[in-house]
Design a protein. Sequence first.
Length: 452
Amino acid sequence: TSSPSRTPGPRAHFAATARRLFIVLAAMLDKLAVNSLIVVPAVLGLLWSAKEWVSVSKVKLDGHPDLLAKQDSRAATSNKDIVNEMIKIAKTIQDGAMSFLFAEYTYMAVYIVLFSIVLIKFTGVPTTIAFGWGLAVLAQGTRAHFVVAACGLLAALIAMLDKLTVNCLIIVPAILGLLWSAKEWVVVSKVKLDGHPDLLAKQDSKAAVNNKDILAEMVKIAKTIQDGAMSFLFAEYTYMAVYIVLFSIVLIKFTGVPTTIAFVVGAVTSILCGWIGMMIAVYTNVRTTHQCWRDLKSGFDVAIQGGCVMGLSLVSIGVLALFALIEAFKKLFDFESPEVMYEAIAGYGLGGSSIALFGRVGGGIYTKAADVGADLSGKNDYGLEEDDYRNPACIADNVGDNVGDIAGMGADLFGSFAESTCAALVLAASSPDLRDGWCSLMYPVLISSTGV
């Protein structure tokens, strides 16, 4: 339902008036005043941030012994243990966050060095320095501004490239992304599910006896989740196949064969991306748990490696499929103009977004329905806890996470990528200044391929 139109309130009128007044006042200032208005508030902001940091650091983690002792007779004896547990948990979270940032910034450092070499060659030292300064701003949180600047800089570089170089910048990174995904999959597959007998035996006297039983239970639960996810995907993809066939008939009648082909290719690619994401997820889940049994760092490494498979393969497959579709349409069909051809290719985005709708909505409905229904039955009829693996709700919840949040998210991400890229291609083909140059026309695809 649409909300009724409303006239702007007093706050909106005040904001508009304040903006106009600020513009008038700014036009009356000299250079020194403008510079002062830029520098002084920023310095004050940093000083206030430092002051707030000091205020937070003065909070003592002592468990409020005097206050709690009046409210709880047990507080005097247990609050120290509670505080120690809080500090331990906070330290674990901090270590995990720092480990991720260290890994992420390592890749960033490699990117900065390589891209700086390219910038020095094509744009000179000043632009390279500005690029490094932009990364410093990114570290402070203004990610959006940096992305805009980087895209503008990429556009300037692309304008100087010939067709062969542009094609290589599209194909080569996508292939490297697929190869890296395969490499990460192999690394994850080499994680042995052995229960860490030697390591755990030193920490737990019962580990030598029980870790095999625990490991067998882990593998059993993981297999149950995997079977459930595969069963749901098979049923969902069956309905998707029927939808693709029926909607293709409608598209042929109203839009023609090229758009229908693009729609089918986009739908199949979206299904493939979702399936890859689901397969690596159920494969990585149990291995991440197994490695976290040893230590958090090992589990974190496996989780990142499994996530790289879906992330890189999704973009790489999408770029290669779209580029192959463009080249095939140029050779197989005789279009009136580039604009007409890219309007037909927009069916690629339609196919991806249609499958994403099935994956996200269908998976989400299944997750909530199965989770709530089985959870209520398990608790009320059998007295099982929510996270008891014998409760069907626990398995249904994990199946739904894999199907909806991973396979559905993979299809959804591909749909967003395909829609935005195809829309940008249509806009570029509609502009006489852009469609005559291959590098400018392929700029939307290059953003994704160079991002790999």
